[in-house]
Design a protein around this ligand. Structure first.
Ligand code: DLL
Length: 447
């Protein structure tokens, strides 16, 4: 199954595959495979998970009647609350005896979401990750530093086993201890970095503080994911660390990383569509939307044994294309999520995504790529404060330049968001840095 690594065929681009026959399978064949798997997995869910039996019966859905992929529309959705309500093992379709590993998502409140993997699930998971890291350009010659937190989080171990599968040399640093991280990166000659984009940015900043120039590092590839990152922020990270930054997407409930990832052409993240069947729906009405529409991503897992998930509402806002990619992959691609429907801030009736604000801030040279959004309520009116960090603190000494810069940012934000914001400029290096997913929004409205 494993295709030997091809040398770059297209100038400047990596054109390698991990499982070429599957990744480039003609769509008609792929859809036939998906249909067979869909029939199997729905029956498997009905027979083994009481939640699905109840949902199917209530909706009058008979899984033995599935004839076409479009029949998926009759399957009820699954949500995060289903996981919460069935904590810890109620979503499992196999006895715990057959479960080889457990992970959990870091719920900010209450109990975490628990996920389990059979031996086959773990194999499938590492194949999916091996495909995406190969597509991004990682090879068995890479020394890959994993700077995701090891533990219950799916990111570190997910990437770890996929990278080992392609024969890369894996350095399981975990997140944090950034100076040591940079030292090892230099001493080991690390060529690829696995991290959240915000932690990658922090690593670049610390390397600079340590006086380690980017030319002293051998980094060439970033395998970033687990949180959103605007193209502007990505360009900054690439500049800081001198690497090609690629993006990959996933979530714990569905498996972890490995659901989709960019090839080195970076024109959307390829789903591992033989294992994950994507749809886009209108998040308000639940209506399925046609190709190219922006909406909420819904995923059905087609192969997982321990926790099969049908039509999971991810809350991530994106769009899908089925057009064949120039890299040769036929599997559908998703655009970078513009945010989660539950990240969207509603300010005085206007929908605001933090990514829109990030895009504006990143175009202003006097502002560092670090910011914080504070939402408060005064009377019945919401107020959004955008705290931006200055690159050079001397701006604070001149009232005129400070006020001009503030006005300029406010104006640019208003043009994009359509609402007025309060812009606060703060001293360099005073906004919190993150070693995992960044938390940039502080919503004080219900406090
Ligand atoms: O973040 C899994 C993962 C680990 C993916 C490492 C990629 C790399 P959770 O902690 O359950 O799982 O968070 C899932 O993170 O619904 C998205 O909102 C967000 N997310 C994940 N990847 C991306 C990405 C992992 N590439 C939630 N771009 C998802 C934007 C992402 N958002």
């Amino acid at each position: 199954m494993h295709t030997p690594r091809a040398k770059n065929k297209k100038e400047g681009y990596n054109m390698s595959f991990f499982q070429k026959d599957i990744e480039t399978m003609p769509r008609a064949e792929l859809e036939k495979l998906q249909l067979e798997k869909l029939k199997h997995i729905t029956k498997y869910c009905y027979d083994n998970v009481p939640l699905y039996k109840r949902k199917f019966d209530e909706a009058g859905f008979d899984c033995t009647k599935i004839k076409a992929l479009s029949d998926i529309q009759y399957i009820p959705y699954t949500t995060k609350s289903d996981f919460r309500d069935n904590y810890p093992f109620g979503m499992f379709a196999t006895p715990l005896k057959n479960v080889t590993r457990l992970h959990a998502s870091s719920g900010t409140t209450g109990k975490p979401t628990v996920v389990g993997y059979t031996k086959n699930d773990l194999d499938m998971w590492s194949d999916c990750v091996a495909r995406l890291v190969t597509a991004a350009g990682a090879t068995d010659e890479d020394i890959v530093q994993i700077a995701f937190g090891y533990g219950l989080f799916t990111g570190a171990l997910g990437l770890h086993y996929g990278l080992e599968k392609i024969g890369a040399t894996v350095v399981p640093c975990s997140s944090g201890n950034t100076e040591k991280q940079v030292m090892l990166m230099k001493d080991f000659g690390t060529t690829a970095l696995v991290a959240t984009p915000s932690y990658a940015m922090r690593i670049g900043e610390v390397a600079e503080e340590m006086g380690i120039g980017r030319d002293e590092l051998k980094l060439r590839l970033g395998l970033f994911g687990s949180e959103g990152c605007t193209p502007e922020m990505r360009a900054q990270i690439e500049d800081y660390l001198h690497l090609l930054a690629t993006d990959n997407y996933g979530m714990s409930e569905l498996m972890g990383p490995g659901v989709s990832g960019e090839c080195s052409l970076r024109c959307g993240m390829h789903f591992n569509e033989d294992h994950f069947l994507p749809e886009i729906i209108n998040p308000e009405t639940g209506e399925v939307l046609p190709e190219g529409s922006k909406g909420e991503l819904v995923i059905t897992t087609l192969s997982k044994e321990a926790i099969p998930v049908l039509r999971y509402r991810t809350k991530d806002i994106t769009s899908i294309t089925y057009e064949k990619c120039e890299c040769g992959r036929t599997h559908a691609r998703m655009s970078k999520p513009s945010g989660r429907s539950d990240d969207m801030l509603k300010i005085r009736g206007v929908n605001v995504f933090p990514s829109q604000i990030e895009s504006v801030i990143m175009t202003i040279p006097q502002i560092a790529p670090h910011y914080q959004l504070v939402v408060t309520r005064e009377g019945s009116s919401d107020r959004l404060e955008v705290k931006c960090e200055l690159v050079d603190g001397s701006v604070l000494e001149s009232l005129e330049s400070l006020s001009n810069l503030q006005k300029n940012i406010r104006h640019n934000l208003k043009t994009v968001l359509g609402i007025d914001t309060k812009v606060t400029l703060v001293e360099p290096k005073t906004i919190e840095r993150f070693e995992g997913k960044a938390k940039r929004v502080i919503d004080l409205r219900n406090k």
